[in-house]
Write a protein that binds this ligand. Structure first.
Ligand SMILES: Cc1cc2nc3c(=O)[nH]c(=O)nc-3n(C[C@H](O)[C@H](O)[C@H](O)COP(=O)(O)OP(=O)(O)OC[C@H]3O[C@@H](n4cnc5c(N)ncnc54)[C@H](O)[C@@H]3O)c2cc1C
Length: 386
């Protein structure tokens, strides 16, 4: 039996960011990851955007709290910038004037640089858009591309340097409490023990809870599809912002000379190695062709990933109220990459019995807002459709 101070279940961005910050505090940490490689599930399937105006309030605060780490990661973390300029443009159709006004007003009230664009300005920025369909847009120039691989592997490399262990192909199968310690058994019958376990299993957090005899919190994984599309010769999309419709029906983002396109679907499902549905790929292309001058003969590769939410849409980072030593780190939804540095640091502080870090307190981040006992969380689970 291998022992540690803390065992983390799940080697995605949530688990690895917490592992990194805990190792920095001198804790002996073991990460158990079911797959051959950490990052196989949601972490490896994201659209890789950083926007401080995207998502619910606590997410926006966590994103802002992560910015300094992204812009100045510790020495040796990565050899190139994690964030690179991208910009984010939201476009609105006739009838969506109020929504657009609200977006501009709220963004500015939060201190973000959000600029109103006319249809002509949108066309000048992204020539493929059929500007006749739109009344205007909101551009957030400060939105960034995230190098997700550099971030995830930065955490992993630094964690290993601090004597952290990651065990892959370690599917957690059984969890028991023996005295003050958890005893965790994997499918391969390896055993690990620690007084504290972090449940960072993404879409599977409720399954892990059941394994540990802990009441589930009601996570709902939602499928999101992404499709790669080639651009015609002569079109250089490198400087285009990520572009989304205000009704969240479509977004596209330049990616290595092509476009990553998504219908922004959010179909409730069960935790699984999710695959794209043909119909969603067809819908994606149809919406793209309708909104732009592009002719898409054959779409490129497509994939789907899970964005997992609790009933109130906010993430959880805190000890379970009923089972000592069981820590929840879950429900990051569609924002788990852009919030990872702050979420990881916050979890490490809570687990070590420390206060909320000062830079987060200044932003109004509290333990209560992320607590598994907050009132909104007691709400029902959304029924999966498949
Ligand atoms: C299409 C798409 C676009 C997105 N775009 C963005 C974006 O632009 N910006 C952003 O910030 N976020 C984005 N996200 C969200 C982001 O990807 C997630 O919030 C984040 O990856 C969640 O990380 P995680 O570590 O919680 O989950 P995961 O990466 O899924 O990690 C959980 C891990 O737990 C492991 N596990 C599960 N059960 C067990 C078990 N029994 N034993 C051992 N290990 C287990 C799994 O194998 C998995 O590796 C997007 C997501 C999708 C799908």
């Amino acid at each position: 039996m291998t022992s540690a101070d803390i065992i983390i279940i799940g080697g995605g961005i949530a688990g690895m960011s917490a592992a990194y910050f805990l190792a920095q505090k001198g804790k002996k940490v073991i990460v158990l990851e079911r797959e051959d490689q950490p990052g196989y599930h949601s972490t490896g399937r994201s659209a890789a955007l950083y926007s401080e105006t995207y998502g619910p309030k606590i997410i926006r605060k966590m994103s802002t709290a992560s910015r300094s780490f992204f812009l100045a990661p510790p020495d040796g973390f990565t050899d190139h910038p994690i964030l690179t300029p991208r910009g984010m443009l939201i476009v609105a159709m006739p009838g969506e004037e109020t929504k657009l006004d609200e977006l501009l007003t709220e963004g500015r009230a939060n201190g973000a640089d959000v600029q109103a664009l006319t249809p002509d300005q949108i066309g000048a920025l992204i020539p493929i858009i059929d500007t006749r369909q739109f009344i205007g847009g909101a551009l957030e120039p400060a939105a960034m591309d995230i190098d997700v691989h550099a971030l995830h592997w930065g955490f992993i490399r630094q964690f290993k340097k601090m004597n952290g262990d990651i065990v892959t192909r370690a599917h957690v199968d059984k969890m028991e409490k023996t005295g003050d310690n958890w005893v965790i058994t994997t499918y391969r019958n390896d055993q690990f023990t620690a007084p504290v376990v972090i449940n960072a299993a993404g879409a599977w957090v409720d399954e892990i809870a059941s394994t540990a005899n802990v009441a589930p919190l009601g996570i709902t994984p939602k499928r999101r599809t992404a499709v790669m599309v080639d651009l015609p010769a002569g079109i250089n999309a490198e400087k285009w912002p990520m572009t989304a419709t205000i009704d969240e029906g479509l977004y596209f983002k330049p990616d290595a000379g092509r476009l990553l396109v998504s219908p922004a679907d959010a179909t409730p499902t069960t935790p699984q190695d999710i695959q794209p549905e043909e119909l969603d790929v067809a819908i994606t292309i149809d919406r793209l062709v309708t909104m732009t001058s592009l002719n898409v003969g054959r779409p490129g590769e497509s994939w789907a990933g899970l964005r997992s939410f609790f009933a109130d849409g906010d993430p959880v980072s805190g000890f379970d109220p009923a089972q000592t030593g069981f820590y929840w780190l879950a429900g990051q939804g569609g924002y788990g990459i852009q919030t990872a540095p702050a979420m990881g640091e916050f979890a490490a502080c809570m687990i070590c019995g420390e206060d909320v870090p000062g830079h987060m307190k200044k932003l109004g981040i509290t333990q209560e807002a992320l607590s598994p006992t907050r009132p909104g969380l007691a709400a029902k689970t959304i029924e999966p459709d498949s």
